[in-house]
Design a protein. Structure first.
Ligand SMILES: [Zn+2]
Length: 384
């Protein structure tokens, strides 16, 4: 009854509830903060969209595209959501940074409760915010940091035991349990910079320039692209500083030929075991990249969302840059939000050439491509 009256009585005035921004106020959408503001005539205050105060009657609400516009109403800034100050998002980012420093500087790993109280938030809220920003839990972050310290200690010549204790592991048993995950090899092997590890490699030519393929016993560990074969070999040495690099024999040349064929026609797929080395976070990013079908591209933000770390867009870009396996881990299929091509460890021109080629192959070989797409791992990537 009343709704009929309201409808007929106000039919000429557009209601604020018809504006899509109203739903974001109702849901207290934090991602809307900074995009618009609203004021409430009955209370005489203006707020950011995520304001936690009791929902206002939409009839008394006005939306503002800018903070200046909200101020121009002459109303007061709301005390609860502090619309003039840093947004909740910016505050959360600052508290995550603070927590990271606490983890890095602590003698012992701080507990979740200790970290949360140091930044003045509840443990569950802090945990959620930390994961959204970094892509990992505080515990994983601490583990990753300790692993990096062990690596540093081992490379700078400490004994394995010293490096383990220096990094804050209180028993070497606990470290050894996790060491292969963290280092990709046993600690002594790592200390030797992979000295006991043999890496075979060979350089070939593709339509995109020189290509270097290197393998450990576990599988293909590097595919590098460039103009100058010598530089590629140096780059390989940098990536595996103390490994024993062995120039290829004839058997290996056959494998290189397969990789060359794959780089020239990615849709045939590379049916070879890969030795993927990186942090847990990098590995999640790289796995998501491998799920992007040939001929498609996605944004960095989309990868961040798919791996459950929507705030970690920059870390995703860094993981893409750290990729050792060109084309096999297709970091070239990640582009800017607006679709523009940027940032490729092996040259933007090469990235553009790869994408152009894949797009045209998708046109020629629709059947093969759709097969690849349905064979994906089922993550919901939105293709741009
Ligand atoms: Zn407010």
């Amino acid at each position: 009854m009343t709704s009929t009256v309201a409808k007929t009585g106000k039919s000429t005035l557009p209601s604020v509830t018809d504006d899509p921004r109203w739903a974001r106020i109702v849901s207290r959408d934090k991602t809307a903060d900074g995009q618009f503001w609203y004021s409430v005539s009955t209370t005489g205050v203006y707020c950011r969209p995520s304001c936690p105060s009791r929902g206002a009657n939409p009839r008394n609400v006005q939306l503002h595209a800018t903070l200046e516009e909200a101020k121009a109403t002459g109303f007061r800034p709301c005390k609860r959501c502090n619309p003039d100050g840093p947004s909740i998002e910016a505050e959360n980012a600052a508290l995550v940074v603070k927590a990271c420093r606490l983890i890095e500087e602590g003698e012992e790993e701080p507990s979740l409760e200790e970290l949360a109280s140091a930044v003045g938030r509840s443990p569950s809220y802090f945990h959620r915010v930390f994961k959204a920003h970094t892509g990992v839990t505080p515990k994983d972050y601490a583990a990753g940091h300790r692993a990096a310290k062990v690596r540093q200690g081992l490379v700078s010549g400490n004994s394995v035991t010293e490096a383990i204790y220096d990094a804050g592991f209180n028993s070497s048993g606990r470290f050894y349990e996790k060491s292969t995950d963290m280092l990709g090899m046993t600690p002594s092997q790592y200390r030797a910079g992979g000295a006991n590890e043999e890496i075979r490699f060979a350089v070939g030519q593709t339509s995109l320039g020189a290509l270097l393929v290197a393998s450990s016993r576990k599988g293909v560990a590097a595919i590098l692209l460039g103009d100058d074969p010598d530089k590629l070999v140096h780059s390989l040495q940098d990536r595996f500083p103390r490994a024993h690099l062995i120039g290829a024999d004839r058997d290996y040349e056959a494998l290189v030929a397969r990789v060359v064929g794959f780089v020239d026609a990615p849709r045939i797929g590379l049916d070879l075991p890969l030795d993927v080395r990186g942090t847990a976070f990098q590995q999640r990013v790289w796995q998501a990249l491998r799920d992007i079908p040939v001929g498609a591209t996605v944004s960095y933000a989309e990868i961040a969302r798919v791996i459950g770390a929507p705030k970690a867009v920059r870390a995703v870009a860094q993981a893409c840059a750290a990729n050792n396996l060109a084309v096999a881990v297709p970091c070239h299929r990640v582009v800017r939000k607006d679709g523009s091509v940027s940032g490729y460890a092996w040259g933007v021109e090469r990235k553009r050439a790869l994408l152009d080629r894949e797009a045209s192959q998708r046109g020629q070989a629709g059947a093969a491509t759709s097969q690849l797409q349905s064979g994906g791992s089922g993550t919901s990537l939105r293709i741009v």
